[in-house]
Design a protein around this ligand. Sequence first.
Ligand code: HAM
Length: 426
Amino acid sequence: MIQTVRGTRDILPADMPLWHRVEDVAREGFRRYGFQEIRTPIFEKTELFARGVGEATDIVHKEMYTFIDRGREDREGESLTLRPENTASVVRSYIQHRMYADKSSGESTKLFYTGPMFRRERPQAGRYRQFYQIGVEVLGTSDDPAIEAEVIEMLDWFLKELKIPNTTLLINSVGEPATRAVYLEQLRRAIEPHLDELCGDCRHRFETNPLRVFDCKVESCQKIILTLPTITDSLDDGSREHFEQFKAHLDARGIAYTINPRMVRGLDYYTKTAFEIVAHDGLGAQNTIVGGGRYDGLSETLGGPPTKGFGFAFGLDRMVMALPEEEAELLRAADAPDIYIVFLGQGARNHALMVAKELRSAGLAVGMEFEDRKMKKAMTQAAKSKARYALIIGDDEVTSGRYGLKDLTTGEQEALSLAGIAEKLK
Ligand code: HAM
């Protein structure tokens, strides 16, 4: 038997109401905050991510699904990659379609996206090789920290609306690339004496980009990481001031946060503000539900005009897992039909089919089986469908045009016409 590929999974109908809820709340937030949707391809040229996300990141270095496309007789195929994230693609699209061209100074382009991403990570609960993200990118000429606080305010609204309990907003500033070079030298000097004690990956990171050592999850590396100087200690004045303003904007909104000077994020494009949101309930080790930050200069790296950027993505898989159980139950229950039709005898069947059609065109969700069953069996079926009401149609109902509508929670039954039923359930 052929099964799903390791690290991928089917999202089954029972879970779909939870996915839809998260998507609906996100879309409502995007409407309120003025974001427009963009859909970019699922695969892009490998170079986009190599340049955008950074050669030295774990994502590019060891997690991408890269393949050589079929070439033509006269030409070799090019290297393509299933997108591991969507910021690079959105910025590519922003440049390609010159979205900046018709904007007045200071006006931002506010985009959102949803879709699957692919990373060849070690699968575990909450970590998949095909996973789903919902994210936003604010692109333009302004790097006002108020933009950042407003985006986080929207996230705060999402979490409250979805009733996700117990989350922490972690923030940091990773500074400007120019000052980072000085810091990286300092970091290298601090790591060097401990090289023997670090894991193989960290030794590789030491060579390519020592900042990535902070991404390491290996326990024995952690105690060394805790002794290393943090980027926050050597911020340039501009970044420091930006961070102060960002915090003041969060304070003004009453949004609580924790500063984590060791949070550097796993992608190379970040400048200044970086943040994550961690959920403490319902998730195991993979409990970061949101990641984001500022990425001024990514556009230039990809050959575009000077552009400021800020955004985030949340893991849809993880957001669904973080929904409280009671909430999940309510959402699943709401997915049931409004009415389940029970008919008795072949004569009533054709009539029942017409009743189903009528009620559906009146906007109701109607469940019905085609097979003639005994009353008891049919009522069990109605209960199993989780419908609020059963509608009973026998020969008498066919002649009278009034049907027995049974409330399956209270057991009460009343006789109503079709119009009466549609009216009652509106
Ligand atoms: P990221 O931190 O790599 O950032 O991913 C964002 C979120 O995607 C994570 O917090 C997590 O919830 C989810 N996620 C990542 N990998 C997996 C996985 N293997 N399985 C399940 N969920 C996962 C980015 O991707 C940036 N593009 C975010 C961004 C947008 N920064 C600025 N703009």
